[in-house]
Design a protein around this ligand. Structure first.
Ligand SMILES: *Cc1c(COP(=O)(O)O)cnc(C)c1O
Length: 432
């Protein structure tokens, strides 16, 4: 059978079903807000409405109940949430913040925004999260926080990293944008560190178009997060501030979520358990089926954890395949159709994830804010190629990620995916 990449027929041409979680519940929620006329009630001065309107507050209550966490602070994106988290921890110019090299770029820019230097650390071979073994040698007197990422939906190595953070008195900021509903020992991802951040962006498990959620059990951090969200400087009164350190990073932004987004997010939260159950069942099916192909290695699950599978990571064995991963995956992609609502992203199958962050021009050239290389001009840290060898090997040689497990994919759709992989495996001689 001739492979599609060589001009043969595609294994499947009709698109995969859309992943659309928006339904009548969200429609009604939006109408409820529109009809109320109150699309946001926030005020950036000291007032009852400093903490937002009824939908925003209801979402925060419901989110906190669901995730069993004391404080929930909604914001307009997870990026804003990460920025606010770094600010609330009092991070200062020249401080160092440890962050995974393999994550969405905002996990690291959060440090830069406060003038801190991201110190990139390599990932675990098995779980792709920050590798605790690589952290300790990077800790210096300047280190103030660790930004851990529950990458692809896998909770970070909580016990080991939290113990290290405690030993060196560091904050743990948990980027759980890809892991709503994931768990470590029956505790939700996002609540495993000092501050956790979720995303409600369109590409995430549940969404309101754009949006983010911050959670913490710490009263002081929660207070600061709420101030940063909404023009801190305008509401902090000079009277009563005895300790001037209370003003650190109390320069506010407008990170506020609208009532419409909050109303949608409330409906989406109700759907999360069922969506996760489907996602997990689909992933386990694909994991088992794809692992029957000799050059594909199944994903590993961290013990005592529940994975949320934002994407499904697999490993490719080049020796067994007799060719580079990219050649094989290009051939599989050629066999498959795009997914509805996501046509622009073509086939939801990739080699690697995003480029290791320190290879971005920002870090290679050490140019961030302004002309003088701030904040890199406060530090000798450089970002050479090879800095994080595990990450680089994953990205350029071994990691495969796909999103064919999203709810809405039927068993027959997933079988088409598996059969496309099989077709390429069985006809791999055509690629050599
Ligand atoms: C999506 C994502 C973000 C950013 O989320 P936004 O809500 O789009 O700002 C941050 N970190 C990780 C790991 C993400 O996947």
């Amino acid at each position: 059978m001739k492979l599609a990449i060589n001009g043969g027929e595609k294994y499947r041409t009709n698109p995969f079903p859309a992943y659309n979680t928006i339904g009548v519940q969200e429609e009604e929620a939006v109408l409820r807000v529109l009809r109320s006329g109150k699309l946001s009630t926030y005020l950036g001065t000291w007032h009852d409405d400093f903490y937002g309107g009824p939908e925003v507050r209801a979402l925060e209550r419901e989110w906190g109940d669901y995730f069993s966490v004391k404080h929930t602070i909604s914001v307009n994106s997870a990026t804003s949430g990460l920025y606010a988290a770094v600010g609330a921890c009092g991070i200062s110019p020249g401080d160092e913040v440890i962050v995974s090299a393999y994550t969405m770029s905002a996990s690291a820019t959060a440090a830069l925004v406060y003038g801190a230097i991201p110190i990139f650390v390599d990932i675990e071979e098995d779980y792709y999260c920050l590798d605790v073994k690589s952290i300790e040698s990077k800790i210096t007197p300047k280190t103030k926080a660790i930004i851990v990422v529950d990458i692809f939906g896998q909770p970070y190595d909580r016990d080991a990293i939290n113990a290290l953070a405690k030993k060196y008195n560091l904050y743990v900021i948990e980027d759980a944008a890809q892991a709503p509903g994931a768990m470590h020992n029956n505790k939700f991802a996002g609540t495993l560190g000092d501050i956790g951040i979720y995303s409600l962006n369109y590409h995430k498990h549940i969404h309101s178009g754009e949006g983010g959620i911050i959670v913490t059990d710490d009263d002081v951090l929660a207070h600061k997060l709420r101030l940063i969200r909404n023009h801190a400087e305008a509401v902090l009164s000079a009277k009563g501030i005895e300790d001037k350190s209370e003003l650190i990073n109390m320069v506010g932004f407008n990170y506020r979520m609208t009532e419409i987004e909050a109303a949608i997010a409330r409906e989406q939260l109700k759907k999360l358990p069922d969506l996760l159950t489907q996602r997990l069942a689909n992933t386990m099916y694909l994991n088992d089926q794809l692992a029957k192909i000799p050059c594909i290695l199944p994903t590993k699950l961290r013990p005592n954890c529940k994975h949320a599978f934002y994407v499904h990571p697999l490993q490719f064995d080049e020796k067994i395949a007799g060719m580079h991963r990219n050649r094989f995956i290009d051939a599989v992609k050629a066999e498959l159709p795009p997914t509805l609502l996501r046509e622009e992203s073509t086939v939801l199958l990739s080699y690697g994830y995003v480029r290791p962050l320190y290879l971005q021009p920002l870090y290679q050239e050490r140019i961030a804010f302004g002309r003088n290389g701030y904040p890199f001009n406060l530090s000798d840290v450089t970002y050479p190629k090879g800095l994080c060898p595990v990450t680089e090997n994953m990205h350029y040689n071994t990691l495969i990620t796909h999103e064919f497990m999203r709810p809405g994919m039927a068993r027959s759709d997933m079988d088409d995916v598996v059969n496309a992989f099989k077709k390429v495996w069985e006809n791999k001689a055509e690629l050599l």
